[in-house]
Each structure stands twice: as structure tokens, then as C-alpha cells.
Design a protein around this ligand. Sequence first.
Ligand code: 13P
Ligand code: SF4
Length: 300
Amino acid sequence: MEGFGKELARLKEREDAVVLAHYYVDEAVQAEADFVGDSYYLAKAAAGTGKSTIVFCGVRFMGESAKILNPARRVLLPDPSADCAMAHMADPAQVAAARAQTDDLAVVCYINSTAQLKAVSDVCVTSSNAVKIVAALPQRNILFIPDDNLGSFVQKQLPEKRFHFLGGHCPVHTAVRAEDVAAQKRARPRAAVLTHPECRPDIRALSDFVGSTAEIIARAEAGAEEEYIVCTEPGVLYELRRRCPGRRFYPAAPVCGDMKRVTPERVLACLREGRGEVTLSDELAAAARRPLERMLELAK
Ligand code: 13P
Ligand code: SF4
């Protein structure tokens, strides 16, 4: 979109706003954002901003987390209907039932979750800090919601813990098929396979590296290989190509349609018209803040 950067700068100044963007959104939005990163980096950036308005270029749970950590600030979502399907794949009633049935239990909630799920959890995690945080918990039993795949990735590294799952998954990452990745590997035998832990265990098993989007980028920057097969949402290829010119990146996952709802036009419109404001009741925000702040503390 022509003139996007200039108009965004004008509106940011007028509205005293900062723009945060996840690696999965439109390239033009990433190019103009003040902070671009993975979920953990963006949660920290949101918690540390001095601006009165935060424009969160991502899906709903990201805007909600920013609001929970910044109750006095205005948080705008360019498209409030952009949601993460997995964020809803557990129910507070299931959490209550697990607590009633299991002793010595910690409820660990992936940040890709509704505020209602966070509110009934003991601690939040992101894909880049989940192992560290679960390892630091005193409880032996871990109810890991809502992503079974990230949960099983953590479980492999912490055999001393007993994990319980409720069956959630990311429809984008679980669409990656082992036979397709194997075929890409045969076609490019020197390529390294970089994978997000939301992918199924069989994809992780044939990968050279598994990590969050920011960790995937860091691995490619540090890696000796010239070619990479990337098993996460292809929006990340923008930053990979920017940081690693001359290397070749091949996407292996489909796009997340919800992340792609964040367009330059919608970013400008939300700031211009004050649309898409995230609102949460004080009670819900206070209950969901505890596990998020505990995450920021334990991940330090
Ligand atoms: P990151 O923790 O890598 O940002 O992942 C977020 C996400 O939505 C993955 O699908
Ligand atoms: Fe949610 Fe998956 Fe989209 Fe990430 S890629 S926002 S987990 S649906």
C-alpha cells in the first residue's frame, strides 16, 4: 500500500502510539512496526512501553495479553475478528475438573489462549520459554493447555514430570505432513529443517531444530547451511530473508488466515478511527494477569 509508512508515522505521533507486530503478519506491516518478534518478545515489549496506545498487529489473544499487562493503556487490534483457533481449545470447566481430580498439579497455559483460560491457570508460557518455566515449577503433575504438541515437546525434555493434555492443537502447524517434509528433504538434501513446536511429533522427529519463531530465525542466522525448509507460518520468511540475504528458505506450512487479516489498511483505520479496542472486565484482567506476570518473572 503506497504511503503506508508515512501515514502510519503521522497517526502514531497524533495518537501517541507504538506498533507491535508478530512475524506472521503481512510483510508491509512488519516492515513499519516499532517492534517485531515472537510472542514472548512482544509480551515483554508490551509490558515495557511508555506510549498511551498500543497497536497490536496479531491475533486476539496477543492484544488481550497486552491489555492485561497494561490495564491503563488503550490496546487496538487492526482486525478484532482475527483470532487463534487453538486459543479456545480448552474449557475452564475442564481445568476445574482436573484440579479436583489431581493432586500436586500445576496448570500451565500457553499464551495462545483466551483470557478466561489464563485466568484459571497457574502460569503462562510461550514456545520460547515453556521448558524453562515448567522445569522451575515445584509440582510433579502438569496440565498443559491448550496445545498438546507444544506440551509433548516440553514433556520429552522433562521426563520427571507427568503431563496431562486436553486435545488442543494449531490447525496451521498440524497441517504440515511428514511425507511432504520428507519429499522436500529429498529434493534439497543439504537443507536444514527448522520447525515450530506446534507441529506434530513426527515432523519434529525429522527436523534439525525445533523452536519458537525467534529461535528459528536465530538458528538460521547462526547455521552453516545455505538452504532451510521452514515448518512454521510462512510470514516468518520475510525476517529470515531480511536477516540472511543469499540464503534460501522454503516454506512447508500453510498461512494462518487470521494473522493475514492484519493488513496495512486495517492498521491505519484502527488508529485513525480508534477502532478495535480490546476491553476486558477488571476482574478477568486481574485473574489473567497473575499467570502472565509469573511467566515474565520465571522466564527472566
Ligand atoms: P511464537 O511463540 O513463536 O511467537 O509462536 C506464536 C504462534 O502463534 C505460533 O503459531
Ligand atoms: Fe493460532 Fe496457529 Fe494461527 Fe498461531 S498459527 S495464531 S497458533 S492458528
